[in-house]
Design a protein around this ligand. Structure first.
Ligand SMILES: *Cc1c(COP(=O)(O)O)cnc(C)c1O
Length: 376
């Protein structure tokens, strides 16, 4: 059992006063004051530090750059009605980071080291979380190799960096999805069910095609037959056909979204029948023709829930009913936000509450080290 001390070096000058109202910040345009950095070498995590956000000095030969030895996570924290900060299902996110890492032969991060680090980071930058119901603090862990090597090989040194970024609550614009049959996002035996950095760059060309054709994003089909619906880019997809909510089952090519899992639970709470199964694009088209395709929506941490307005497939356009009629989507978004902000009871222990003192009540903190038990 080793111990990693989390060092905290707070900024002497917060950038927060230079940022306008946090409820109006667009996603990913502003980073908070601090970042967490932990280093792994010689078989163990060596150090963990929270320091002011800023550039890193890295060798141009690191294998993260050359071979994509890098995995990401994404989670959120909200301000609660009681003024605390609540992380949403952080342990699930840490576990998924470790599954992603294992798939790329990377070392795991001790759960408690990262959880304690996330809590300390959010406590320190709590003032960056938008006010209740006006948005969230997005949290982005990235774990990557810092080995200097031009050989493709398992690395020996890694860095974990965690950034946070506030963004305003917005009513997401309804999405227009274009089915892309030319490319595929994921295949069995590949990495579609985890979050390596390398999953995303190959989708950019499809995203460009979607935008050029007047759509917002891509609806992916399975790589083998281009027959079954898989995901809508970085969102898990749900269809409401008749009275049943259908979402693709997790069979190795779908990212097991934490929002997807939460939404399935909330649908069942609402008494909606949920089917996790394969769903053919032909079935979606047929349901639309019969008038049974009532709703379609994508879910993810960053977006929470985005309703779909239109699906383009082989030159046809499937118009969904107006989003205002999306009874299930609207209720799910409402229920989800009520739990995430502590207004509705958290019966499943999804929230990890971090007490937070407003900066007015606590002036600059002195640097201090908090010991963190390394679980490995
Ligand atoms: C991260 C991600 C999602 C959403 O997962 P959440 O845990 O809900 O944020 C969906 N699809 C892909 C491809 C993703 O990378």
């Amino acid at each position: 059992m080793s111990r990693v001390d989390l060092q905290i070096e707070p900024t002497l000058r917060s950038r927060l006063p230079t940022v306008g109202p946090l409820g109006e910040v667009a996603f990913s345009t502003v980073m908070s004051d601090h970042m967490l950095i932990a280093d792994y070498a010689d078989g163990a995590w060596r150090s963990a530090e929270i320091s002011p956000y800023g550039p890193l000095a890295l060798s141009p030969a690191i294998t993260a750059l050359h071979y994509g030895v890098s995995v990401i996570e994404g989670l959120k924290a909200h301000r609660t009605a009681r003024g605390e900060i609540a992380l949403f299902r952080p342990r699930d996110s840490v576990r998924r980071l470790n599954r992603s890492a294992a798939r790329l032969a990377m070392p795991s991060v001790p759960e408690d080291l990262l959880l304690e680090g996330l809590r300390a980071l959010v406590r320190l930058d709590g003032a960056w979380a938008p006010p209740l119901d006006q948005g969230a603090l997005y949290i982005r862990p990235v774990l990557f190799s810092t080995d200097e090597s031009l050989r493709v090989k398992e690395a020996e040194r890694y860095k974990l960096v965690v950034l946070t970024a506030p963004y305003g609550a917005y009513y997401p614009k309804p999405l227009d999805l274009l089915v892309n049959e030319r490319y595929a996002r994921a295949f069995l035996g590949g990495t579609g069910d985890v979050k390596p950095a390398g999953n995303y760059a190959p989708t950019l060309v499809a995203e460009r095609e979607a935008r050029r054709s007047g759509f917002d994003t891509t609806l992916w089909l399975d790589a083998r037959e281009r027959a079954c619906v898989e995901e809508c880019n970085a969102l898990n997809v749900f269809f409401v056909i008749g009275d049943v909510a259908v979402t693709p089952s997790l069979e190795g090519t779908i990212l097991p979204g934490i929002t997807r899992d939460s939404v399935i639970t909330l649908l069942e709470d609402m008494g909606v029948r949920v089917e996790e199964r394969r769903i053919g694009i032909d079935e979606v088209v047929a349901a639309h023709e019969r008038g049974d395709l009532r709703e379609c929506f994508g879910v993810s941490t960053a977006a929470t829930l985005s309703q779909v307005r239109r699906i383009g497939y082989r030159g046809r356009e499937l118009m969904l009913p107006p989003v205002e009629q999306g009874r299930i989507a609207l209720q799910i978004r409402e229920r989800f936000m009520a739990i995430a902000t502590g207004r509705a009871p958290d019966r499943r222990g999804w929230l990890d509450i971090v007490a937070f003192e407003t900066p007015a009540a606590s002036p600059a903190r002195p640097a201090k080290a908090e010991p963190v038990k390394d679980a490995s």
